[in-house]
Each structure stands twice: as structure tokens, then as C-alpha cells.
Design a protein around this ligand. Structure first.
Ligand code: SF4
Ligand code: SF4
Length: 189
């Protein structure tokens, strides 16, 4: 598998991988060096590339998937949204069970630990300059539309910039910082 991976990712250097194999085994298990390199080379050489043509009737349709047209005839029975706490607007706020992260910008050191653990890309950043005039990304806030209140970000935050807050009516709406995902531009009304 490793050999095949190096063949597919042509920016990876197979010679350096062989050196790693050599240095891993040569001291304690010198007899395993050559078999492992042979296995690596076999995986590398036996990759077969295949190109598939796009079927004629699919050409031009790749990016034209329409938004669902929900109406009298096509709606789910009773207007039910079967995906829990979701909708065509991808609003996850219904998944929150009473808690959300509260963000205090003054305490934030822009380390991005929160962004690394957030499963829903809720954190919104903007480019700015630090005190020395160097470009840096600054955390603007949270797009609560996508926040399901898992609070992983609160756990990850090394400062007090994020804390657990019992959600009250209107809080998320008043602190909402919108993402600008390309697929939502133009919006749905
Ligand atoms: S609570 Fe969970 S979903 Fe919401 S911003 Fe934090 S990590 Fe993301
Ligand atoms: S983890 Fe905390 S300090 Fe780091 S960027 Fe996020 S909110 Fe700011």
C-alpha cells in the first residue's frame, strides 16, 4: 500500500522512503531490509492507472444540481424534515441542547485551537495586521447557524475566550457572525 501511495502521490520521493525502511530495519533486523524494499517497490510498480470517460448524457450536468423544490406536490408527508435538526438551509441550531459557546474577542489569542476541533466549520476569520504590521488571521466570531453546541471548542480553548453558556432566546441571533460559503451566496428565501 505504501508503495502504491508513493506512486499515486508523485510529489512523494520513493528513494527517501526506501532510506527510511533501510534505517528502520538495518540495525536490529538487517535481513528484513531487502524484503521490505522489494515489497515497497512491488506496490509502487504494480499501480495501474485508468481513465474513465464522462458519459455523454452527464456532460454539462456536473454543477447544475437544482435545489429541492418543495411544494404542495413534492413535500414530505406532513411537511416533515426527516434529517433531524437540519433543513435545506443547513441550520443546526435545532441540535443544540440548551448550551452554546460564548466568544469574548478581548481574551482571544487567535491560536485557532477552536477551529481545529469544530466539526462544523463555525469559526469565522478575517485577515488583519498584528502590532508589528504583519499579516495575520483574526477570529471574528461564531456562525451559530452551523453550531450544534457540542462545546468541543470550549474544551480546546487555552484562554477564557470561549466559555459554555446556557442559551437564551435571541443570544445567538445577536452575536451571529455569518460565514460566506460560496454555496449559500445568493441564498434561499
Ligand atoms: S460548540 Fe461544537 S459545533 Fe459549536 S462552535 Fe463549538 S465545536 Fe463548533
Ligand atoms: S481557541 Fe480560544 S484563544 Fe484560540 S482562537 Fe479559538 S477562541 Fe481564540
Amino acid at each position: 500500500m505504501l508503495g502504491a501511495l508513493f506512486r499515486i502521490c508523485d510529489f512523494l520521493d520513493p528513494e527517501s522512503m526506501k532510506n527510511v525502511i533501510r534505517s528502520t530495519f538495518e540495525k536490529k533486523y538487517p535481513h528484513l531490509v531487502e524484503p521490505n524494499i522489494r515489497t515497497f517497490e512491488r506496490g509502487y510498480n504494480e499501480v495501474r492507472f485508468k481513465t474513465y470517460e464522462t458519459p455523454e448524457d452527464a456532460i454539462g450536468k456536473e454543477f447544475s444540481r437544482p435545489l429541492p423544490q418543495l411544494g404542495f406536490e413534492t413535500q414530505e408527508i406532513g411537511g416533515v424534515i426527516t434529517a433531524q435538526a437540519n433543513s435545506i438551509l443547513k441550520d443546526l441550531s435545532g441540535s443544540r441542547q440548551g448550551f452554546l459557546p460564548k466568544f469574548e474577542q478581548e481574551q482571544c489569542i487567535n491560536c485557532a485551537a477552536c477551529d481545529t476541533v469544530c466539526p462544523d466549520y463555525c469559526f469565522v476569520w478575517e485577515e488583519g495586521e498584528d502590532k508589528r504590521g504583519r499579516k495575520q488571521m483574526f477570529l471574528k466570531g461564531i456562525d451559530y447557524q452551523y453550531c450544534k453546541g457540542c462545546l468541543k471548542c470550549v474544551e480546546a480553548c487555552p484562554t477564557t475566550a470561549l466559555s459554555e453558556l446556557r442559551e437564551s432566546i435571541g443570544y445567538a441571533e445577536s452575536r451571529w457572525v455569518k460565514q460566506s460559503f460560496p454555496y449559500l451566496v445568493g441564498g434561499i428565501s
